[in-house]
Design a protein around this ligand. Sequence first.
Ligand code: T4K
Length: 380
Amino acid sequence: MEPFEKTILVTRPYFPPLEDFKKACEKIWQNQYLTNNGPVLREFQQRLADYLRMDVKNLDLFNNGTLALEVGLYALDLSGYDVITTPFTFVATAHAIKRIGANPVFADIDPENLCLDPAACEKLITPRTKAIVPVHVYGHPCDVDGFARLSEKYGVKIIYDAAHAFGVKLRDRSIAAYGDMSMFSFHPTKLFHSCEGGLLTFADSSLQAKLEQLRNFAILSETKCIDVGTNAKMNELQATMGNLCMNAVDRLIAYRRSIHETYEKAFARCENIRMVNPISGNTNITPDDFSRNDAYCPVLFKDFETREKVYKELKKYNVFARRYFYPLLTDFTPYLGGNETPVAKDAAARVLTLPTYDNLSLHDVEKIASIVKEIAGESK
Ligand code: T4K
């Protein structure tokens, strides 16, 4: 097989038409407002509420997903307590916990959809545990019923890292409707973005005032500051990009479905390559309950050696897949040691996320899949 002439990356941001962006910017120039809760941000916030079918009082925008999560956890007074989370995620999840002065405790994941396993979490709950931060990894839904049960039984807060899950629906509601709080990342590597950005959704609307203070230094007026806040505000240019991406989001999700299906078809008869199943067999969630976003295309190879071979040799074909999420967070300096998580360790050793983005043609996807099969020694 010939290498691609162009570079194929794991993802590419969606770019709305430049003319539309220029036109939308006219509003900002007229308003003479660039940040600090400007009118475009308010418009974006309302559009998100409509899209997610939530009240605008139950969500807030931030300048990125990491700070959104950090501010959200801080607002829930978790500092000084244990917070259970997954080691199979991007470092930002644990960083947000650690940076507010809480202690991340790592539990194992489900072998099917690779999300945090409630049963593994339950074994680690102690009187010091005040919250659990599961991740809807790749946009796969966590066992929301299992976590709701833990919340009820032990009084722990459930804060979903939904960085990958924008547009996902479960039982006809947005995935944002589950748990005490959810964080969505609007980074350009996500299917929906605002250049950089983050969204917090929360069940308790009385939190909104506190979150808005915290993201603005916790100053109430020129002469009053009530807490150790930060600067985590989304600006008007970000909100403009978000509004434009909003116009395209459903189309982008539908196209990713076709990319995913193309990979699925190509790997259907392979013995050593399997697409990760978004729904775990250990939950009450059925395929009919779930409307997916196909944010990522993760595959598992039979072993670490095959995954490494495919990851490295793909580059010779100009294809830059990524090993999301390898290594585990417990192999990174700030989180060394701690619990053994064998299922997560195995997944991290065998997973590779393949390219998916809106202007990657299905023809190119077929070719990538053929190259992957060839390198992995799959003849079918
Ligand atoms: N929780 C979870 C579970 C997350 O996955 C993330 C972020 C967060 C929390 C935190 O949310 P944010 O604070 O980011 O809103 C990327 C992203 O930077 C990161 O947002 C994302 N997760 C993570 C999974 O992936 P890198 O280090 O892999 O990014 P980078 O620069 O290597 O980009 C990936 C590919 O995309 C490259 O091949 C280049 C291409 N690319 C990237 C950008 C930014 C472009 O073509 N154009 C671009 O503008 O972390």
